[in-house]
Design a protein around this ligand. Structure first.
Ligand code: ADP
Ligand code: MG
Length: 466
């Protein structure tokens, strides 16, 4: 018999409920980290996209988190984007449904009202983007001194987006003795510094080289004329079904979605100019199969988890090989196989070959498949006229108390199994998240800025022998 969650020490109520939801056998990252996390150690872990990091930290987090007092959450999860925060919160509420764990999200781009109300009622686990959390903290709406566990998800992306100073400020505010669980696609660079300065004897687990995340996908690089790309994207989407297309700019994403819808391929968009309600609605339509194509900028690249995304198209080239990996990671998740197609124009060939070498992918470009289906040509009406007010905001669900709700849980588990991450650079795509942090990042809270490197941390003694 293979190892079960119970074997790892996961409390029976949670383990049995996970099994009932179809999570019987832990994934490798879960096998590697859950016992350490349950035992209260600091953990830093590197694992590729789609390897099951959310449950890896979520299960021990829920298992260990007690009921919080109003405004004083017991645990904090920091995530780089709103979509990721919403998806983590949804998963945590499901894990905690047997215990009525109260989970709420805190991010920019939405009003403060519901977030303040949730805090007043009491939130056991706060899932937040750093900027909004700091806003709430500075307003006195949230106290961090009861926080016993902090999870930093997508730490590398957090660093890329310029959140590290705010993250450090937040870490300086939580309870002295706390546990920090850090998950990232890489433990290098700024992430390494954060581990060095903020974790105490962390148990370190490196699962796979990031390129191993490519395993369950096939990668094709097509040599195309720029003008061909829209037709090819339409044909690919028709051939594969659910497809995510990545564009470089918001404008480009909108234009492509319009063109696709115009020829009869239902497309929705996610990018930084869309309101939260619009993004949520787009994601919901895509998840429900009402839109075949989700066109996004890189804000959508990290961590969106939609089940059964058949294909990812790099309509514009990724900015670097990491972006390629993360965009591509939207398909072929959780052991399924997926297709990744890059539409490469002549001026991008050398950069593409360089990237292929860096990632250990087969070198070279091929001609596009010629037998792709042709779109009906009948304009698709559904989504282009979408109104934000129609949007059902999945994150708002996370703001409500999750008292045992098998119905909501079922639907969330089956139809909108999400594991969103999303996000790229400190571009306008993430502006709402950063509205506060952009001004505050450089300005530590008065008198309580990040701890100097060599100081001891939280009364737990020196971090490392000098
Ligand atoms: P990551 O954060 O590492 O990119 P996620 O946590 O989003 O990955 O998980 C990817 C997918 O794998 C999700 O659909 C999740 O429900 C599924 N999954 C995670 N753990 C298990 C498990 N033990 N058994 C089956 N499916 C799992
Ligand atoms: Mg994740």
């Amino acid at each position: 018999m293979s190892t079960t969650f119970r074997d790892l020490g996961v409390p029976a109520d949670i383990a049995d409920d996970l099994a009932a939801r179809g999570f019987a056998a832990p994934y490798p990252i879960q096998l590697a980290t859950i016992m350490d996390s349950l035992a209260g150690h600091d953990v830093c872990a590197q694992a590729p996209t789609g390897s099951g990091k959310t449950l890896a930290f979520g299960i021990p987090l829920v298992a260990r988190t007690e009921q919080a007092r109003p405004r004083r959450p017991k645990a904090l999860v920091l995530a780089p984007t709103r979509e990721l925060a919403a998806q983590i919160a949804e998963e945590l509420s499901l894990i905690g449904r047997t215990r009525n764990t109260r989970v709420a999200t805190f991010y920019g781009g939405v009003g403060f009202g519901k977030q303040l109300e949730a805090l007043k009622r009491g939130v056991d686990i706060a899932v937040a983007c750093p900027g909004r959390l700091l806003d709430l903290f500075e307003q006195g709406a949230i106290r961090l001194s009861d926080v016993e566990t902090v999870v930093i998800d997508e730490a590398d992306r957090m660093a890329d987006m310029g959140f590290m100073p705010v993250v450090r400020t937040i870490l300086a505010e939580v309870r002295d003795r706390h546990q920090t669980l850090l998950f990232s696609a890489t433990l290098q660079g700024d992430v390494h510094k954060l581990i060095r300065d903020h974790q105490v004897n962390p148990r370190r687990h490196v699962l796979d080289a990031p390129t191993d995340a490519m395993g369950s996908r096939t990668h094709a690089f097509w040599r195309v004329d720029r003008a061909q790309r829209t037709n090819l994207a339409a044909g690919i989407a028709l051939a594969h079904g659910s497809t995510i297309v990545f564009c470089r700019t918001k404008h480009g994403a909108e234009r492509l979605a319009n063109q696709l819808s115009h020829v009869g391929v239902a497309a929705v968009t996610i990018h930084g100019d869309r309101s939260q309600a619009q993004r949520d609605r787009a994601l919901a339509l895509f998840q429900a199969g009402k839109a075949q194509v989700l066109v996004g900028t890189d804000v959508a690249a990290r961590g969106i988890h939609v089940d059964d995304v058949a294909c990812v198209i790099h309509f514009d080239p990724p900015e670097d090989e990491n972006t390629y990996v993360h965009r591509s990671g939207r398909t072929g998740r959780a052991g399924t196989s997926g297709k990744v197609i890059s539409l490469v124009s002549a001026d991008q060939e050398s950069a593409t070959k360089k990237m292929q070498r860096q990632l250990g992918l087969p070198l070279g470009l091929e001609m596009p498949t010629t037998n792709l289906p042709t779109p009906s040509g009948e304009p698709h009406q559904m989504e282009r006229a979408e109104s934000p007010s129609q949007g059902r905001n999945p994150s708002s669900r996370s703001l409500t108390r999750h008292r045992n709700g098998p119905d909501r849980s079922r639907s969330a588990a089956s139809s909108s199994r999400t594991g969103y991450q999303g996000g790229s650079r400190p571009s306008s795509d993430s502006q709402a998240n950063r509205s506060s942090s952009s001004t505050q990042a450089a300005r530590p809270l008065q008198g309580r800025g990040p701890r100097p490197k060599n100081s001891t941390r939280n009364g737990r003694g020196p971090k490392r022998a000098a």
